[in-house]
Design a protein around this ligand. Structure first.
Ligand code: GDP
Length: 295
């Protein structure tokens, strides 16, 4: 995960090794390399620039050069800043409401349906919940089937109305069905498109307004880098969502989306997807991720 970024940061800190005494120039060179590593990971220019400016400010504030191990302290400052960049504290999922209603949003192919299944499985096995999955994609019958396959795999019921072309009604009926049958979590999988378009946005906004979810989650493919951030912004403008799900972190992703999304939309990354299997879901811990990146 983020191997390239880890390698580059490691090389940046090499500048500080093998020097008798570390100078201000060495620190500046290191931070320049840190910035370059972030840019290479597809982090937006301004975020990368602010990042190194903040680390530099702290390094001056803590008089890094006069400490016993300036190199180690600088690594720690970078780690703290990476943690902060990715959201600081771990963000939980709000499971209030009877039932808890969770609305999934995102582009087609982002991993929405797969993640809906993973989340249902996680809540069932780890949180002792009885979830209901809801298929609200009225355009692609294959998407409804896919959710049924996922539901069968994890032993979770899937609610769908293949003949109904009104996603608001389907979602509302699903919630009624959940209430009548003792489901305490309803996960609504919605239709995505290949790119942001007005029709999709209007539709999900209508569903969102009608069902008033406790959690609106935005699912994004981490491999899409800067595009992920732009899409997040578009969805957040419409839905003011509660959290981000970063999928495909197991792939060859450079890390830009994970590092930039929080600063752009100011919403936490709540979970990550790390594979195609139903178990490949992890709660997102910013600090652990920062530690991992720094190796
Ligand atoms: P949707 O169109 O947003 O519902 O996307 P899907 O759930 O159908 O996922 C699109 C493709 O990405 C499928 O082939 C999934 O198996 C795959 N996928 C989803 N999540 C992950 C993940 O975390 N890692 C990997 N490697 N593949 C994933």
């Amino acid at each position: 995960m983020f191997d390239n970024l880890s390698d580059k940061l490691d090389k940046a800190f090499h500048i500080l090794k093998g020097h008798g005494k570390i100078t201000e120039v060495n620190v500046a060179d290191t931070l320049k390399e840190v910035r370059r590593a972030l840019l290479d990971a597809d982090v937006n220019f301004k975020i990368a620039k602010d990042f190194t400016a903040k680390v530099k400010e702290k390094a001056i504030g803590q008089d890094v050069l006069t400490t016993l191990q300036p190199g180690q302290l600088l690594v720690k400052l970078v780690k703290d800043e990476l943690t902060e960049l990715m959201g600081g504290d771990v963000a939980g999922i709000n499971l209030s409401g009877t039932p808890t209603v969770i609305l999934m949003s995102g582009l087609q192919g982002s991993g929405k349906t797969t993640f809906s299944g993973k989340l249902a499985n996680f809540l069932k096995t780890k949180k002792n919940k009885k979830p209901l999955l809801v298929a609200c994609d009225i355009y692609r019958p294959a998407a409804i089937n896919q959710l049924h396959v996922v539901g069968d795999q994890i032993g979770v019921e899937v609610y769908s109305e293949p003949e109904n072309k009104n996603p608001v009604e389907i979602a509302q009926n699903a919630i009624k069905h959940a209430k009548a049958n003792g489901f305490n979590v309803v996960i609504v999988d919605t239709a995505g498109r290949l790119a942001v378009d007005q029709e999709m946005m209007d539709e999900i906004a209508r569903v969102h307004k009608a069902i008033q979810p406790q959690e609106t989650l935005f699912v994004v493919d981490s491999m899409t880098g800067q595009d992920a951030v732009n899409t997040a912004k578009a969805f957040n403008d419409i839905l003011n969502f509660d959290g981000v799900i970063l999928t495909k972190l197991d792939g060859d992703t450079r890390g830009g989306a994970a590092l930039s999304i929080k600063s752009i939309v100011n919403k936490p990354i709540k979970f990550v997807g790390t594979g195609e299997k139903m178990e490949a879901i992890d709660v997102f811990y910013p600090e652990r991720m920062a530690e991992r990146i720094l190796g």
